[in-house]
Design a protein around this ligand. Structure first.
Ligand code: KIV
Ligand code: ZN
Length: 453
């Protein structure tokens, strides 16, 4: 019998907190396009903006609320009447509106930013939630800078807003200060000490200043949070927010550690990431987990050889599971003969072992100089190596067009590595090539492994 898996609400704030990152602002049309993609991605909540911040933000939230009907649409407001009323004005036509009200609670923020006393803070939070509740059933409260707030005071504020009608308590690590065990403990404390918490959804909102946003969000979930706030590609203020794709895929790849599920459609992740990058003009960091262009790229020979034999050797999820078309074997100086041979086949050329060795030696010299060997370089190298007077071992056979097409056709199940050569062949000059497939088969696994390097 499989154990029941808790459902985690995915609250996407790419259009609000994400948009606050330098260079990531979007106009109304762009926000709408991305909101439709977030809908296809299956997120539960889209935080569409901060309506009081600008006319443009107000119009964007209003437009998204009127056309994106499946997810909850949230709008952000400070804990004051003008903000809450403006946010409601933008949200009121949504199929499922949510008012998200925040107020800082840490001493540093109360003293230097808001200049209010702790008692005033409690009263302001309570009044704001009462007002929000008169307008909207679904009300979320965030004590900004919660992780630097005295836990006793934090529980006091949270108790007051629960009593006033909040339905979700979001715990922000606003400055990315906490660490996983500590954040988990804070969630546990809140669950133990806040009156009425049983009927409330606890949420985690983590920033990445110490690179721990995703780990902190997952620790919060392990401690009982049932909503995570996150962004595509992890964009957001300063070092960003917890990345949606990393949280979701951690849960999918390690169900033994994270017995939770989300409504996210994995196959839509890459499209969302690419769309965001295209709209903002901000490229995804190449080594970004899940969505970076190197996330499924292999250059080292040992890795390429392993992946060609069985992708499980070096990939913990399939590229297809997150919507990436395929793994990429990058041909560079670390690549091995195995990957080079496969790429030659894809380009329509088959070589026996000796011929491939010949190409390989020249390939490594070239890769040393130019770093990444593209197809046109390889074709030139093949032609040059095997021109009638140019090679010691002119053993080359361009594949017939039909065969080349078959080699190039994407295959859903990776084929097992084939020995070289693949059958009786002739070289470019019509001379039959020696058949030594059997001796190749006799090689030990260890030799085969090293040959791929
Ligand atoms: O980081 C933060 O504290 C926020 C709140 C407004 C939720 O973004
Ligand atoms: Zn934030």
């Amino acid at each position: 019998m499989t154990a029941e898996r808790a459902r985690i609400t995915v609250f996407d704030t790419t259009l609000r907190d994400g948009e606050q990152s330098p260079g990531c602002s979007m106009n109304q049309q762009e926000k709408l396009r991305l909101a439709h993609q977030l809908d296809r991605l299956g997120v539960d909540v889209i935080e569409a903006g901060f309506p009081i911040a600008s006319e443009g933000d107000f119009e964007s939230v209003k437009a998204i609320a009127s056309v994106v009907r499946r997810p909850i649409i949230a709008g952000l407001a400070r804990a004051c009447r003008p903000d809450i009323e403006r946010a409601w004005e933008a949200l009121k036509d949504a199929a499922r509106p949510r008012l998200h009200v925040f107020l800082a609670t840490s001493d540093i923020h109360l003293q230097y930013k808001l200049r209010i006393t702790p008692d005033q803070c409690v009263e302001q939070a309570r009044e704001a939630i009462r007002l929000a509740k008169l307008l909207c059933d679904d009300v979320e409260f965030s004590p900004e800078d919660a992780t630097r707030t005295d836990p006793d005071f934090l529980c006091r504020v949270l108790g007051a807003v629960v009593e006033a009608g909040a339905t979700t308590l979001n715990i922000p690590d606003t400055v990315g200060y906490t660490i996983p065990a500590e954040f988990g403990d804070l969630i546990t404390t809140i669950r133990q000490r806040v009156k009425g918490i049983e009927n409330i959804t606890i949420s985690a909102h983590c920033h990445n200043d110490l690179g721990m946003a995703v780990a902190n969000a997952l620790a919060a979930v392990a401690a009982g949070a049932r909503q995570v706030e996150c962004t595509i590609n992890g964009i957001g203020e300063r070092a960003g927010n917890a990345s949606l794709e990393e949280i979701v895929m951690a849960m999918r790849v390690r169900p033994d550690q994270f017995a939770y599920e989300t409504g996210v459609v994995g196959e839509q992740i890459f499209a969302a990431s690419q769309m965001l990058s295209e709209i903002t003009g901000v490229p995804v960091q190449p080594n970004k987990a899940i969505t970076g262009r190197n996330a499924f790229a292999h250059e080292a020979g040992i890795h390429q050889d392993g992946v060609l034999k069985n992708p499980l050797t070096y990939e913990i999820m399939t590229p297809q599971s997150v919507g990436v078309p395929d793994s990429i074997l990058v041909l560079g100086k670390h690549s091995g003969r195995h990957a080079l041979g496969i790429r030659c086949e894809q380009l329509g050329y088959q070589f026996d072992r000796r011929a491939l060795d010949d190409i390989y030696r020249r390939f490594v010299r070239l890769a040393d100089k130019i770093k990444k060997v593209e197809d046109h370089h390889l074709l030139e190298l093949i032609r040059d190596t095997h021109k009638p007077s140019g090679s010691a071992t002119p053993l080359i056979e361009p594949l017939a067009p039909a065969k080349a097409a078959a080699v190039n056709a994407p295959s859903p199940v990776p084929e097992p590595a084939k020995p070289f050569p693949m059958g009786p062949q002739t070289n470019a000059f019509g001379v039959p090539l020696p058949v030594h497939g059997d001796s190749r088969h006799e090689q030990t696994q260890q030799e085969d492994y090293l040959w791929g390097v």
